[in-house]
Design a protein around this ligand. Structure first.
Ligand code: ADP
Ligand code: NI
Length: 219
Protein backbone atom coordinates (compact mmCIF):
# COMPACT_ATOMS: atom_id res chain seq x y z
CA UNK A 1 0.00 0.00 0.00
CA UNK A 2 1.24 3.51 -0.77
CA UNK A 3 0.82 6.37 1.71
CA UNK A 4 -2.46 7.62 0.32
CA UNK A 5 -3.95 4.10 0.39
CA UNK A 6 -2.84 3.75 4.01
CA UNK A 7 -4.46 7.08 4.90
CA UNK A 8 -7.67 5.96 3.19
CA UNK A 9 -7.74 2.88 5.42
CA UNK A 10 -7.13 5.06 8.48
CA UNK A 11 -9.91 7.42 7.42
CA UNK A 12 -12.34 4.53 6.95
CA UNK A 13 -11.44 3.07 10.37
CA UNK A 14 -12.01 6.48 12.02
CA UNK A 15 -15.34 6.86 10.24
CA UNK A 16 -16.56 3.46 11.47
CA UNK A 17 -15.61 4.30 15.06
CA UNK A 18 -16.81 7.90 15.26
CA UNK A 19 -19.91 8.09 13.08
CA UNK A 20 -22.38 7.42 15.91
CA UNK A 21 -21.05 10.04 18.32
CA UNK A 22 -23.69 12.47 19.63
CA UNK A 23 -21.46 14.72 21.75
CA UNK A 24 -19.62 16.84 19.19
CA UNK A 25 -16.80 14.33 18.60
CA UNK A 26 -18.26 12.76 15.45
CA UNK A 27 -16.53 12.07 12.13
CA UNK A 28 -17.17 15.69 11.03
CA UNK A 29 -14.97 16.80 13.98
CA UNK A 30 -12.30 14.33 12.89
CA UNK A 31 -12.32 15.61 9.29
CA UNK A 32 -11.97 19.23 10.45
CA UNK A 33 -9.06 18.28 12.73
CA UNK A 34 -7.33 16.51 9.83
CA UNK A 35 -7.85 19.61 7.64
CA UNK A 36 -6.46 21.86 10.36
CA UNK A 37 -3.47 19.55 10.82
CA UNK A 38 -2.73 19.54 7.05
CA UNK A 39 -2.90 23.32 7.01
CA UNK A 40 -0.51 23.64 9.95
CA UNK A 41 1.87 21.08 8.38
CA UNK A 42 1.97 23.14 5.17
CA UNK A 43 2.55 26.45 6.91
CA UNK A 44 5.13 25.56 9.55
CA UNK A 45 8.81 25.82 8.57
CA UNK A 46 9.83 23.04 10.96
CA UNK A 47 9.25 19.71 9.22
CA UNK A 48 6.96 17.03 10.68
CA UNK A 49 6.23 13.52 9.42
CA UNK A 50 2.89 13.89 7.58
CA UNK A 51 1.95 10.19 7.91
CA UNK A 52 2.34 10.22 11.70
CA UNK A 53 0.65 13.61 12.01
CA UNK A 54 -2.37 12.86 9.81
CA UNK A 55 -2.85 9.33 11.14
CA UNK A 56 -2.82 10.63 14.72
CA UNK A 57 -5.27 13.37 13.70
CA UNK A 58 -7.71 10.81 12.26
CA UNK A 59 -7.42 8.55 15.30
CA UNK A 60 -6.99 11.05 18.14
CA UNK A 61 -10.41 10.51 19.79
CA UNK A 62 -10.81 6.76 19.27
CA UNK A 63 -9.57 5.68 22.70
CA UNK A 64 -10.66 8.80 24.63
CA UNK A 65 -11.84 7.88 28.12
CA UNK A 66 -14.87 10.16 27.92
CA UNK A 67 -16.06 8.50 24.71
CA UNK A 68 -15.36 4.79 25.18
CA UNK A 69 -16.05 2.48 28.12
CA UNK A 70 -12.70 0.68 27.90
CA UNK A 71 -9.94 2.99 26.59
CA UNK A 72 -7.21 0.34 27.05
CA UNK A 73 -9.08 -2.11 24.88
CA UNK A 74 -9.62 0.61 22.25
CA UNK A 75 -5.88 1.37 22.26
CA UNK A 76 -5.09 -2.32 21.76
CA UNK A 77 -7.50 -2.50 18.84
CA UNK A 78 -5.91 0.63 17.42
CA UNK A 79 -2.42 -0.88 17.64
CA UNK A 80 -3.56 -4.07 15.94
CA UNK A 81 -5.14 -2.05 13.16
CA UNK A 82 -2.03 0.12 12.64
CA UNK A 83 0.19 -2.98 12.48
CA UNK A 84 -2.19 -4.65 10.03
CA UNK A 85 -2.03 -1.72 7.59
CA UNK A 86 1.78 -1.63 7.69
CA UNK A 87 2.91 0.81 10.39
CA UNK A 88 6.13 -0.28 12.12
CA UNK A 89 6.33 -0.81 15.90
CA UNK A 90 8.17 2.52 16.20
CA UNK A 91 5.54 4.41 14.17
CA UNK A 92 2.84 2.69 16.20
CA UNK A 93 4.47 3.94 19.38
CA UNK A 94 4.73 7.50 18.07
CA UNK A 95 1.06 7.60 17.04
CA UNK A 96 -0.18 6.14 20.35
CA UNK A 97 2.00 8.54 22.33
CA UNK A 98 0.25 11.44 20.61
CA UNK A 99 -3.32 10.14 20.83
CA UNK A 100 -2.83 9.12 24.47
CA UNK A 101 -1.39 12.42 25.71
CA UNK A 102 -2.76 15.28 23.64
CA UNK A 103 -6.11 15.99 25.31
CA UNK A 104 -6.90 18.94 27.54
CA UNK A 105 -8.09 16.64 30.31
CA UNK A 106 -4.80 14.71 30.14
CA UNK A 107 -2.91 17.97 30.59
CA UNK A 108 -4.80 18.41 33.89
CA UNK A 109 -3.33 15.26 35.39
CA UNK A 110 0.02 14.33 33.88
CA UNK A 111 1.22 16.75 31.22
CA UNK A 112 4.06 15.52 28.99
CA UNK A 113 5.77 17.50 26.25
CA UNK A 114 4.63 16.20 22.88
CA UNK A 115 6.84 15.70 19.81
CA UNK A 116 6.26 18.30 17.06
CA UNK A 117 3.82 16.01 15.15
CA UNK A 118 1.77 15.74 18.35
CA UNK A 119 1.88 19.48 18.95
CA UNK A 120 0.37 19.96 15.50
CA UNK A 121 -2.46 17.49 16.14
CA UNK A 122 -3.11 19.06 19.54
CA UNK A 123 -3.36 22.52 17.94
CA UNK A 124 -5.61 21.16 15.18
CA UNK A 125 -7.96 19.64 17.80
CA UNK A 126 -7.92 22.80 19.92
CA UNK A 127 -8.77 24.98 16.91
CA UNK A 128 -11.93 22.92 16.47
CA UNK A 129 -12.88 23.62 20.11
CA UNK A 130 -12.95 27.41 19.63
CA UNK A 131 -14.62 29.97 17.34
CA UNK A 132 -18.08 29.41 15.85
CA UNK A 133 -17.61 25.64 15.68
CA UNK A 134 -16.35 25.67 19.28
CA UNK A 135 -19.51 27.48 20.44
CA UNK A 136 -21.78 24.98 18.72
CA UNK A 137 -19.80 21.99 20.01
CA UNK A 138 -19.89 23.27 23.61
CA UNK A 139 -23.67 23.76 23.43
CA UNK A 140 -24.12 20.36 21.79
CA UNK A 141 -21.92 18.63 24.40
CA UNK A 142 -23.71 20.48 27.21
CA UNK A 143 -27.10 19.39 25.85
CA UNK A 144 -25.98 15.78 25.52
CA UNK A 145 -24.86 15.85 29.19
CA UNK A 146 -27.86 17.74 30.64
CA UNK A 147 -25.63 20.66 31.56
CA UNK A 148 -27.20 23.96 32.69
CA UNK A 149 -26.88 26.73 30.10
CA UNK A 150 -25.85 29.45 32.55
CA UNK A 151 -26.21 30.40 36.21
CA UNK A 152 -24.72 33.73 37.37
CA UNK A 153 -24.55 32.31 40.94
CA UNK A 154 -22.01 29.68 39.86
CA UNK A 155 -18.58 31.22 39.30
CA UNK A 156 -16.16 29.61 36.83
CA UNK A 157 -13.56 27.48 38.62
CA UNK A 158 -9.95 28.59 38.37
CA UNK A 159 -8.35 25.28 39.34
CA UNK A 160 -9.64 21.76 38.97
CA UNK A 161 -8.49 18.16 38.72
CA UNK A 162 -9.49 15.96 35.81
CA UNK A 163 -12.27 14.37 37.92
CA UNK A 164 -13.61 17.81 38.89
CA UNK A 165 -13.42 18.93 35.26
CA UNK A 166 -15.56 15.96 34.20
CA UNK A 167 -18.08 16.45 37.04
CA UNK A 168 -20.86 18.52 35.45
CA UNK A 169 -23.10 18.82 38.55
CA UNK A 170 -22.24 22.48 39.09
CA UNK A 171 -20.97 23.17 35.61
CA UNK A 172 -22.62 25.47 33.08
CA UNK A 173 -22.02 25.74 29.36
CA UNK A 174 -21.04 29.40 29.66
CA UNK A 175 -18.55 28.61 32.46
CA UNK A 176 -16.88 26.08 30.19
CA UNK A 177 -15.75 29.00 28.02
CA UNK A 178 -13.95 30.60 30.98
CA UNK A 179 -12.60 27.32 32.37
CA UNK A 180 -11.26 26.01 29.07
CA UNK A 181 -12.20 27.42 25.68
CA UNK A 182 -10.92 30.98 26.16
CA UNK A 183 -7.60 29.60 27.43
CA UNK A 184 -6.86 27.58 24.32
CA UNK A 185 -5.63 30.42 22.05
CA UNK A 186 -2.71 31.05 24.41
CA UNK A 187 -1.98 27.33 24.72
CA UNK A 188 -1.42 26.78 20.97
CA UNK A 189 2.02 25.30 20.21
CA UNK A 190 2.59 26.47 16.63
CA UNK A 191 2.72 30.00 15.22
CA UNK A 192 0.27 28.95 12.48
CA UNK A 193 -2.37 27.84 14.99
CA UNK A 194 -1.79 30.90 17.20
CA UNK A 195 -2.57 33.07 14.20
CA UNK A 196 -5.73 31.12 13.30
CA UNK A 197 -6.87 31.13 16.93
CA UNK A 198 -6.84 34.92 17.14
CA UNK A 199 -9.99 35.52 15.06
CA UNK A 200 -11.81 32.57 16.66
CA UNK A 201 -11.02 33.94 20.13
CA UNK A 202 -12.44 37.33 19.21
CA UNK A 203 -15.60 35.66 17.89
CA UNK A 204 -16.13 33.83 21.22
CA UNK A 205 -15.53 37.04 23.21
CA UNK A 206 -18.11 38.86 21.07
CA UNK A 207 -20.55 35.98 21.58
CA UNK A 208 -20.09 36.04 25.36
CA UNK A 209 -20.54 39.81 25.52
CA UNK A 210 -23.75 39.57 23.47
CA UNK A 211 -24.93 36.65 25.64
CA UNK A 212 -24.53 38.78 28.80
CA UNK A 213 -26.34 41.71 27.22
CA UNK A 214 -29.30 39.55 26.28
CA UNK A 215 -29.28 37.59 29.59
CA UNK A 216 -29.44 40.81 31.60
CA UNK A 217 -32.27 42.07 29.41
CA UNK A 218 -30.30 45.09 28.21
CA UNK A 219 -31.46 46.51 24.89
P1 ADP B 1 -10.11 16.87 25.43
O1 ADP B 1 -10.56 15.72 24.57
O2 ADP B 1 -9.01 17.68 24.82
O3 ADP B 1 -9.87 16.51 26.87
P2 ADP B 1 -12.54 17.87 26.26
O4 ADP B 1 -13.07 16.52 26.51
O5 ADP B 1 -12.25 18.74 27.40
O6 ADP B 1 -11.28 17.83 25.38
O7 ADP B 1 -13.54 18.62 25.36
C1 ADP B 1 -13.83 18.34 24.04
C2 ADP B 1 -14.94 19.28 23.62
O8 ADP B 1 -16.13 18.90 24.31
C3 ADP B 1 -14.72 20.72 24.09
O9 ADP B 1 -13.96 21.45 23.21
C4 ADP B 1 -16.12 21.24 24.24
O10 ADP B 1 -16.63 21.62 23.00
C5 ADP B 1 -16.81 20.04 24.75
N1 ADP B 1 -16.89 20.05 26.23
C6 ADP B 1 -16.11 19.40 27.13
N2 ADP B 1 -16.51 19.66 28.39
C7 ADP B 1 -17.58 20.50 28.27
C8 ADP B 1 -18.45 21.13 29.19
N3 ADP B 1 -18.34 20.97 30.51
N4 ADP B 1 -19.42 21.92 28.70
C9 ADP B 1 -19.59 22.11 27.38
N5 ADP B 1 -18.80 21.54 26.45
C10 ADP B 1 -17.81 20.75 26.88
NI1 NI C 1 -10.98 15.83 19.22
Amino acid sequence: MNNSQVLNQVRFFAQQKMQNDQTGHGFDHILRVVKNASYILEHESQPADPMITLTAAYLHDIADDKLVADPQQSEQQLQQFLTKIGFSAEQNKQILLITHNMSFSKSLEKPISLPFCGQIVQDADRLDAIGAIGIVRAVYYGGAHQETIYDPAIAPRSEFSKAEYRDLTHETIINHFYEKLLKLAKMMNTATAKQLAHQRQQFMLNFLAEFQTEWQGKK
